[in-house]
Write a protein that binds this ligand. Structure first.
Ligand code: ATP
Ligand code: MG
Length: 256
């Protein structure tokens, strides 16, 4: 049996740090010597672009992998900084509609990953800010889900109940192995709101909350423009330090 762990990063609220978390966790783990792949399931393609890959230049993307006349996922993978990326493309918006009436549409990605799991220790999936067919595919293909919550936002907990409901549904109907690995607090900025959100998240999720709180750090928002991770761009920044510590917690919890 494969020892590969598949982890989705999901929150239907936009801008909670999903993509930054996927990029940083993957980069740290690849630097530690794990065989890592990341999958961009968001048509916005932020993860793809943040790795310095232009979706327009690609031979193929997750569109081609998930589309009805699909191709193997290895065919679209590109190597970046010691890890492998399965890129997204804007066309995936169209794909969502094409899949609506397809039988077994929730488990396409799971089937695709079976073919590559032996090649990796860790596969991390970046989900779109929505509970659509891509997020459901990610949850069906995953062992774990990480939920990043933006503590600098008053609306931080908006949509969490719906995400937990979807996780529950997937656990019952399609993937009994799925577990919430943890809740990651992101973009902490020493405001009163941040403090209140941290308190509320700890009250609701208790031990599930990762000890590391990711602080707001401008280097984290600059790194994608350089086409690299925080470790490639500013290895001694607060952002790199926070994500390295979070990654160590993830590695431990996931039993890697
Ligand atoms: N800790 C941080 N400090 C400063 N800026 C951050 C931090 N984390 C993320 N950002 C920036 O905040 C914005 C949103 O982050 P990110 O793209 O990771 O969120 P997301 O949840 O993936 O968004 P979406 O829902 O649109 O996919 C980005 O511009 C990112 O660079
Ligand atoms: Mg994103």
């Amino acid at each position: 049996m494969s020892t590969c762990r598949v982890i989705s990063c999901s929150n239907m609220k936009g801008g909670t740090g999903k993509t930054t978390t996927v990029n940083s966790l993957a980069a740290h783990c690849a630097r530690k010597g794990f065989r890592v792949a990341v999958i961009d399931l968001d048509p916005q393609s932020n993860l793809t672009i943040g790795f310095g890959v232009d979706p327009q230049d690609l031979k193929g993307s997750m569109y081609d992998v998930l589309a009805p006349q699909s191709i193997p996922i290895e065919q679209v993978m590109v190597e970046k900084e010691g890890l492998f990326l399965a890129p997204a493309h804007m066309d995936m918006v169209r794909l969502e509609m094409q899949l609506v009436s397809l039988y077994g549409r929730e488990t396409i990605l799971n089937k695709k990953l079976l073919a590559i799991k032996d090649n990796y220790d860790l596969i991390i999936i970046d989900c779109p800010p929505s509970l659509n067919i891509f997020t459901i595919n990610a949850l069906c293909a995953s062992d774990y889900v990480i939920i990043p919550i933006q503590c600098s936002s008053y609306y931080a907990l908006y949509g969490i109940a719906q995400l937990l409901e979807s996780i529950n549904w997937v656990q019952q109907e399609l993937n009994p192995n799925l577990e919430v690995l943890g809740v990651a607090l992101t973009m902490e900025n020493r405001t009163r709101i941040s403090g209140q959100i941290i308190e509320e998240v700890n009250r609701q999720f208790e031990k599930l909350v990762f000890k590391t709180v990711i602080r707001q750090n401008v280097k984290l928002s600059e790194a994608p423009a350089m086409g690299t991770s925080i470790f490639g761009y500013a290895a001694s920044s607060q952002g790199a330090d926070d994500y390295a510590r979070l990654a160590e917690e993830v590695v431990k919890r996931a039993g890697l």
